[in-house]
Design a protein around this ligand. Structure first.
Ligand SMILES: Cc1cc2nc3c(=O)[nH]c(=O)nc-3n(C[C@H](O)[C@H](O)[C@H](O)COP(=O)(O)O)c2cc1C
Length: 172
């Protein structure tokens, strides 16, 4: 089965989470492509989709939201999982879910949504971004928990294998 991992990432941290998810799925025998959501023209070739976005000022990236607008209707018959990445610090903050995520989950018919902790490196930020980070006193560092990411991806792989077996008609 071909699986699309579409990831909207401004500074690369969320893309690396997408790469880690892809690695687990590949290791489980799936044919995986990782792409920027803006580069996806068609979802027909894929049997399943994982869509992820970094969170800025409470929202998913525009590219991820546009992907939902373009493809939500066409993915109704295929399994979809969503992930967000943003919270930083120990414990990670902010704790709230990104805006509109409930509606995105509903529109995509997603089987799950997971929020992973992110990475904040002030040196790579634009001036306006640094101002926001200073204002909310966000903690700098890499808080991504790779074992959480790998566990989540492994559960997706299990679900997809079960789906393949169901499709082959072995289980009714
Ligand atoms: C200006 C700015 C605003 C942010 N706002 C949020 C936010 O509202 N919620 C959140 O969870 N993380 C927020 N973050 C943290 C980022 O989402 C986090 O650094 C993430 O790992 C960045 O991913 P990326 O490198 O893929 O862009 C913000 C970071 C910056 C620089």
């Amino acid at each position: 089965m071909r699986v699309l991992v579409a990831v909207a990432s401004r500074h690369g941290a969320t893309r690396e989470i997408g790469d880690a998810i892809a690695e687990v799925l590949q290791g489980d025998g799936f044919d995986v492509e990782v792409a920027d959501p803006d580069d996806v023209d068609d979802v027909e070739p894929y049997g399943a989709v994982v869509l992820g976005s970094s969170v800025y000022v409470g929202r998913w990236a525009a590219a991820a939201r546009a992907f939902v607008d373009r493809f939500a209707g066409r993915l109704a018959d295929r399994p979809v999982w969503l992930f967000s990445s943003g919270p930083v610090g120990d414990p990670p903050a902010p704790m709230g879910e990104p805006e509109e995520i409930a509606s995105i989950i509903r529109r995509m018919g997603a089987r799950g949504h997971k929020t992973f902790a992110g990475r904040l490196d002030r040196s790579g930020l634009a001036l306006a971004e640094r101002a926001v980070v200073a204002l909310v006193q966000a903690e700098q560092g890499d808080f991504r928990a790779w074992s959480d990411v790998q566990d989540w991806a492994a559960r997706i792989a299990e679900d997809l294998h079960a789906e393949e077996i169901r499709k082959l008609g072995f289980v009714t």
